[in-house]
Design a protein around this ligand. Structure first.
Ligand code: PRP
Ligand code: MG
Length: 176
C-alpha cells in the first residue's frame, strides 16, 4: 500500500533562502492557522505519549511552545518552557551549545519540575539536532526522567537523528 501523508501535512509551506541563502525553511504557520489541521497535527503528536504516564510536556522556544502547549492540554498534563537566555525570571539552569545561525544557549527554571517527573521534550523541527540534544542535557539536570522527544518535522541529512541517544524514543511525524 502507498503511504498516504496526513491531511494536515499539506499545510506546511517551503520558503527558500530563509533565514539565510541555501536554507529551505519549513513554515508551520499555515498549519497553525487552520483549525482542523492544527488539531490533526497535535493529535498525531499527542497520540505518541498516551498511556505513558507523562507528568509534563517540555516545549522549546519558540515554535516548540505552540505545539508543546497544545499537546499538554490534549494530554491533560502541565507545560514547562525551555527558553532562550535571559527570559525566565527565577533561578535557572543554563545549557550552552553551538549552532550556525541562532542563539547558542537555553535555560529552564531550576524548580520547574520535581525530581523523577516523567517528561517528553517537544519542538517543531529537527535539523542538526543541536537544540534538541541541548534541551535533553538541560532538562536531565533537573533530575527528571526524559521519556523521549517528539517533533513535527524531521529534516533528514542534517545529522539530527544521529546525534540523539539511540535508545531514547524520538518521534517525528514527517520526514523530508
Ligand atoms: C529552529 C527550530 C528548532 C531548531 C532546529 O528554531 O524551531 O527549534 O531550529 O534546529 P537544530 O536541529 O539544528 O537545532 P529557531 O531557533 O530557528 O527559532 P524559533 O524561535 O522560531 O523556534
Ligand atoms: Mg525553534
Amino acid at each position: 500500500d502507498a503511504i498516504v501523508a496526513p491531511q494536515w501535512a499539506s499545510r506546511l509551506r517551503d520558503i527558500a533562502d530563509f533565514p539565510k541563502p541555501g536554507i529551505l525553511f519549513k513554515d508551520i504557520m499555515p498549519l497553525l492557522a487552520h483549525s482542523e489541521d492544527f488539531r490533526g497535527a497535535i493529535a498525531a503528536m499527542a497520540d505518541r505519549w498516551r498511556g505513558q504516564k507523562l507528568d509534563a510536556v517540555v516545549g522549546i522556544e519558540s515554535r516548540g511552545f505552540i505545539l508543546g502547549a497544545a499537546m499538554a492540554l490534549e494530554l491533560g498534563v502541565g507545560f514547562v518552557p525551555v527558553r532562550k537566555p535571559g527570559k525566565l525570571p527565577g533561578k535557572v539552569l543554563r545549557e550552552e551549545y553551538t549552532l550556525e545561525y541562532r542563539s547558542d544557549c537555553i535555560e529552564v527554571h531550576a524548580d520547574a519540575l520535581p525530581a523523577g517527573a516523567r517528561v517528553a521534550i517537544i519542538d517543531d523541527v529537527l535539523a542538526t539536532g543541536g537544540t534538541l540534544v541541548a534541551a535533553l542535557s538541560l532538562v536531565r539536570r533537573l533530575g527528571v526522567e526524559v521519556v523521549g522527544a517528539g517533533v513535527l518535522v524531521e529534516l533528514d541529512g542534517l545529522g539530527g537523528r544521529g546525534r540523539w541517544e539511540a535508545d531514547l524514543p524520538l518521534h517525528t511525524e514527517l520526514v523530508f
